[in-house]
Design a protein around this ligand. Structure first.
Ligand code: PHE
Length: 482
C-alpha cells in the first residue's frame, strides 16, 4: 500500500510504503548495539535484577510516551526535528534549539556508535576465519584485548562501518533497506532464540536468570563498595532513551515519513515490545554463560558480548557458523541504527539549509568519522585521556565518557523538552488528529496525555537533579548513605 503525501513546505519527501514498513524501520533504528552490546553489560555492571526492573519501568512510563510524542511531532509537521519543532511552535527560537540539541546528539552518538559497529564487523571477520574457535576462555579474552589495544585495526573497521552507513544514507529513505530489514530482523530474533536455548540448557540457567530478574533494590543507589550513587537509576533511564532511539529526533524524522492513516500508538507499542524482547533475550543468552564460567558480571564492561558469546560459539556444535551469522546480523542491526542517527543530521541540512543529500551526507559523515577516531583510539593511543569518572570513581576512557554524556544527559534533556512540547505546547487539534484513530481508545489517549504532560517530565527532571545533587550531597544525607 503506497500512501503519497507532501510536506508542509510542498516538496515531495519519501514515504514508507506501509505501516508494517514503518514499524520495521523504526524497530531497525531502535534495535541495535543498545540491545545486544550495551544493555547486557550495563545490566551486569549495575547489579542485575533491580536495574532491569527499573529499566522496564522507564520503558513503560517514559519511553513509550515519548516515542508516541516523537512520532506525533514528526507526522504532524512532516519535517526533521529542527524544522518540525520550529513549524509546530510557530517559529519559536527556544523550541527550534531543542531540535538542534537532537541533531547534536545524533552527531555525538554516531561518532562512537560507529566504532563499536566496527568491532562487530571485525568480530564477523574473526568468526568467519575461526580465530576463537576451540580457544580457551583466557585466549578469548586476550583476542578482545588485542583488538582494543590496536588503534589501527579499530580505525579501519570504524571507517568501513561509517562508509557503508554513508553510502546507504546517500540513496535516501526507502531504497533497498526495507527489503533487507524484513528478512534480517526476524533472522536475528531466531538466532537469539537459539542462543537463549543453548544458554539455558548448556549454561547456568538459575545463576543467569536469578541475576537478571531477582531484584536487590539497594543496588539501584549504591556502587559495588556500598557507597551512595544515583548513577544506576540515571543509567537505566538514559538507556531507555538510547535503546528506543529517543530524545534526539530519530523517531521524529521517521514519523515524518509515516502515512496519515496509520496508528501511531499501536506502532509505538509494537516497536517498544520488540526492542525490549531483544534486549532481554540477549541478556539471558549472555548471563547464563557468564555464570557457567564463573565470570564476574559487574566487571566486563563494553567487552562483555565480545568476550562471552564467543565462549559459547567455541563450544557449541556448528559454533563457527552460528558465530559468524550472529556477528553479521549484529553488524546489520547496528547499521540500521547508525543510518537513523546519520539521517537526523542529514535531514536537517537538507530541509533547513537546502543542501543536497549527497553533499550533506558526505560532509557530515566525514566530520562524524573524524570525531569517532578519538573513540577508536580511546583504549590505546589516547588511553591516558579521560573525561569522566565511573560510579566507583575511576577515570573512564573517551568512548565510555562520550557515551555517558550523550545517553545520560543529552538524550534525557532532549526527551524532557519533547515531552513538555507534546504535553503542553503543541496545538490540541494537531495532537488529537494525529493520535485518535480507530485502533486507539479515548482512554488510552487520555492516559498518554496525562503521563506525557505530568509524569514523564517530572520523572526525567528528578533523575537528572539527583545526578547533579550527587555533588551537593542532599539526597545522600537523606538516604543515609556513606
Ligand atoms: N537505539 C539504537 C540502539 O539501541 C541506538 C540509537 C540511539 C539510534 C539514538 C538512534 C538514535 O542501538
Amino acid at each position: 500500500m503506497a500512501i503519497q503525501g507532501t510536506s508542509l513546505d510542498g516538496s515531495a519527501r519519501g514515504m514508507w510504503s506501509s505501516r508494517f514498513m514503518f514499524i520495521l524501520a523504526a524497530a531497525g533504528s531502535a534495535i541495535g548495539l543498545g540491545n545486544i552490546w550495551k544493555f547486557p553489560y550495563i545490566a551486569g555492571r549495575y547489579g542485575g535484577g533491580a536495574f532491569v526492573l527499573m529499566y522496564l519501568a522507564c520503558i513503560g512510563m517514559i519511553g513509550i510516551p515519548i516515542l508516541v510524542a516523537e512520532i506525533l511531532i514528526g507526522r504532524g509537521a512532516r519535517k526533521n526535528p529542527v524544522g518540525a519543532l520550529s513549524v509546530l511552535s510557530g517559529g519559536n527560537k527556544f523550541w527550534t534549539s531543542v531540535g538542534f540539541l537532537g541533531v547534536a546528539s545524533g552527531f555525538v552518538i554516531l561518532s562512537y556508535y560507529s566504532v563499536v559497529g566496527g568491532w562487530t564487523v571485525d568480530y564477523f571477520a574473526k568468526s568467519a576465519s575461526g580465530t576463537y574457535i576451540g580457544a580457551n576462555p583466557g585466549t578469548i579474552k586476550e583476542i578482545f584485548g588485542e583488538m582494543l589495544a590496536d588503534p589501527w585495526e579499530q580505525a579501519v573497521w570504524h571507517t568501513v562501518f561509517m562508509a557503508v552507513t554513508m553510502g546507504i544514507v546517500i540513496f535516501g529513505v526507502k531504497e533497498g533497506l526495507e527489503r533487507w530489514i524484513e528478512v534480517l530482523m526476524p533472522l536475528l530474533l531466531v538466532l537469539l532464540g537459539i542462543l537463549v536455548v543453548y544458554g539455558l540448557v548448556a549454561g547456568d540457567a538459575a545463576g543467569g536468570l536469578g541475576y537478571l530478574f531477582l531484584p536487590d533494590w539497594s543496588k539501584l543507589v549504591t556502587n559495588t563498595a556500598g557507597e551512595y550513587t544515583p548513577r544506576p537509576m540515571l543509567e537505566a533511564m538514559g538507556h531507555a532513551f538510547f535503546t528506543l532511539s529517543l530524545g534526539m529526533g530519530a523517531m521524529i524524522t521517521y514519523g515524518s515519513y509515516l502515512g496519515e492513516r496509520e496508528s501511531i500508538a499501536s506502532s509505538a507499542v509494537m516497536v517498544a515490545v520488540l526492542d525490549t524482547m531483544i534486549a532481554l533475550l540477549a541478556s539471558i543468552a549472555i548471563f547464563t554463560i557468564v555464570f557457567q564460567y564463573g565470570l564476574d558480571p559487574t566487571a566486563a564492561g563494553p567487552g562483555l558480548v565480545f568476550q562471552v558469546l564467543p565462549l559459547a560459539f567455541s563450544q557449541m556444535p556448528g559454533g563457527r557458523f552460528i558465530g559468524t551469522a550472529f556477528f553479521l546480523l549484529l553488524s546489520f542491526a547496528a547499521l540500521t541504527s547508525a543510518i537513523s542517527l546519520l539521517e537526523v543530521v542529514v535531514a536537517h541540512f537538507i530541509d533547513d539549509r537546502k543542501w543536497a543529500r549527497r553533499t550533506a551526507t558526505l560532509i557530515m559523515g566525514t566530520v562524524i568519522w573524524g570525531l569517532g577516531l578519538f573513540s577508536a583510539f580511546s583504549y590505546s593511543l589516547l588511553e591516558n585521556v579521560t573525561l569522566l569518572e565511573d560510579k566507583e570513581g575511576r577515570a573512564m576512557p573517551i568512548l565510555d565518557s562520550v557515551d555517558l554524556i550523550a545517553t545520560n544527559y543529552m538524550l534525557p534533556i532532549g526527551g524532557f523538552f519533547i515531552a513538555l512540547f507534546a504535553g503542553w505546547f503543541i496545538k490540541r487539534e494537531v495532537r488529537e488528529r494525529q493520535l485518535l484513530d480507530e485502533k486507539i481508545s479515548r482512554a488510552f489517549y487520555k492516559a498518554w496525555f496525562l503521563v506525557t504532560r505530568y509524569l514523564t517530565p517530572v520523572a526525567v527532571a528528578l533523575l537528572i537533579l539527583f545526578m547533579v545533587d550527587k555533588h551537593l550531597g542532599i539526597a545522600e544525607s537523606v538516604l543515609g548513605g556513606r
